[in-house]
Unconditional design. Structure first.
Length: 134
């Protein structure tokens, strides 16, 4: 039961952030302010969701082995996004803000798309786990 609640919380949190919070930030704030806020929110989001995913993994390990592996992968992707991908995105964005365009813009688009793709895969994986353990 605890695992189900945790997985539902992860899924709901991910959807809320992706469909409500992030779009609201970019439509309600000026670009400079939205960039600052996003840079502060994403590390917290990734950490929080990664910890929840790890806890959910632990709670279902002995009852839903395959789903636990999927959640462990989701937790791992949160770590990769927080520790590797976001610093690279921020560095390239800083290059763009400093006036470097061309390669920096292309690199930013590539990294941002990768970030979005990872998040989409995570959402679908968590939804699959949620359906399977419910």
């Amino acid at each position: 039961m605890t695992g189900l609640v945790l997985v539902a919380a992860i899924f709901g949190g991910m959807l809320f952030f992706a469909l409500v919070v992030a779009p609201m930030i970019f439509t309600a704030l000026q670009p400079d302010a939205s960039g600052v806020l996003i840079r502060r929110m994403f590390p917290v989001y990734y950490l929080y969701m990664g910890v929840l995913s790890a806890l959910a993994t632990l709670t279902i390990t002995f009852t839903h082995e395959v789903e636990a592996v999927v959640l462990a992968a989701v937790a791992g992707l949160f770590w990769v996004s927080r520790q590797i991908l976001m610093p690279r995105i921020n560095a390239v964005r800083d290059q763009m803000n400093a006036g470097e365009s061309g390669p920096a813009t292309t690199r930013f688009k590539h990294l941002h798309r990768l970030s979005v793709a990872i998040n989409l895969v995570q959402i679908l994986a968590v939804l699959t786990v949620l359906v399977r353990i419910a």
